[in-house]
Structures are given as structure tokens and as C-alpha cells.
Design a protein around this ligand. Structure first.
Ligand code: THU
Length: 144
């Protein structure tokens, strides 16, 4: 059996890095890229999209999840790579904000996966399952 994540891991991180270049972050100056890996090997990316009404800004992970949904994806989420930094200069590894954890959980729960979240910094890579970042999540099963 092929290990989709092992095969795509470096491509996934590279895709998140490229996605970061499309960030629209004129207010915070903090550019973020995210890449979602699906069980068929597909990678869907996103970057943060800020708003003049600051609180309406969208995070990279949320943009990527929205694009995936629009492409018809309902589950199969194996992994998420995220990275970011001021002006696109990656330093510390960043992990998805609380709202993004919840958004990612929706996509994961639909397919019954617990995606690996790969947080990429300049010097280190921190990995953990989404269920560790968002334990006891509220999800679609609660409304079934
Ligand atoms: N941001 C993300 O895109 N993802 C996260 O998980 C954390 C924060 C964005 C939102 C905002 O555009 C900028 O980073 C600074 O908060």
C-alpha cells in the first residue's frame, strides 16, 4: 500500500510555501500559507486574505478548506501544512488558530480522518494530530 502522506510530504510543505506568496496581508504584514493533502494525493492551498474591517480577515487554512469544499471535497483530509511570517519571512512554526482548527475539523470529520498538522518553522517542524489541537471537538456528529 502506498503511503500518500509520506510520498507527498515535501510537496505539501512546498505548496504551502508557494501559497504564502499569494497572501493578501496589508494590515498585519503577516503572510500565511496552508496546504491540505487529500487521500487521492490532491493538494489544495490557501493564503490569508485580510480585510479593511480587520476582524473579517480570513486565515490561510480557512481559505484552503473553503476552496476544497467548493471543489466538492467532503473528507479524505490526511494532512495540513502551515507556515507564515512577517513579510513572508518564516521564523517560528505557527499552528492553526482556534477558528481554523474548527473549520479543519469539519472537513476531517466528514471523512472520519484525524489529519496530521505540520507546522513549519525556519528551524523546526512541529507535527501533531488535529485531535490534539482540538480535543473533544464539536462537529457534524453532534447535529446528526
Ligand atoms: N493567520 C492565518 O492565516 N492562519 C492562522 O492560523 C493564524 C493567523 C493570519 C490571519 C491574519 O491575516 C494574520 O495571520 C495575522 O494574524
Amino acid at each position: 500500500m502506498t503511503d500518500v502522506l509520506a510520498d507527498a510530504r515535501e510537496d505539501l510543505i512546498a505548496a504551502a510555501r508557494r501559497a504564502m506568496d499569494t497572501a493578501y496581508a496589508p494590515y498585519s504584514g503577516f503572510h500565511v500559507g496552508a496546504a491540505l493533502l487529500f487521500d487521492d494525493g490532491a493538494i489544495v492551498t490557501g493564503a490569508n486574505f485580510e480585510n479593511a474591517s480587520y476582524g473579517l480577515s480570513l486565515c490561510a487554512e480557512t481559505v484552503a478548506a473553503s476552496i476544497a469544499s467548493h471543489a466538492g471535497r467532503r473528507g479524505g483530509l490526511l494532512a495540513v501544512a502551515v507556515l507564515g511570517g512577517m513579510g513572508g519571512a518564516v521564523e517560528a512554526a505557527i499552528s492553526p488558530c482556534g477558528r481554523c482548527r474548527q473549520v479543519l475539523n469539519e472537513l476531517a470529520a466528514l471523512g472520519g480522518t484525524d489529519p496530521l498538522v505540520i507546522c513549519v518553522g525556519a528551524q523546526e517542524v512541529v507535527e501533531m494530530r488535529l485531535s490534539v489541537l482540538l480535543p473533544n471537538a464539536f462537529g457534524p456528529a453532534n447535529l446528526a
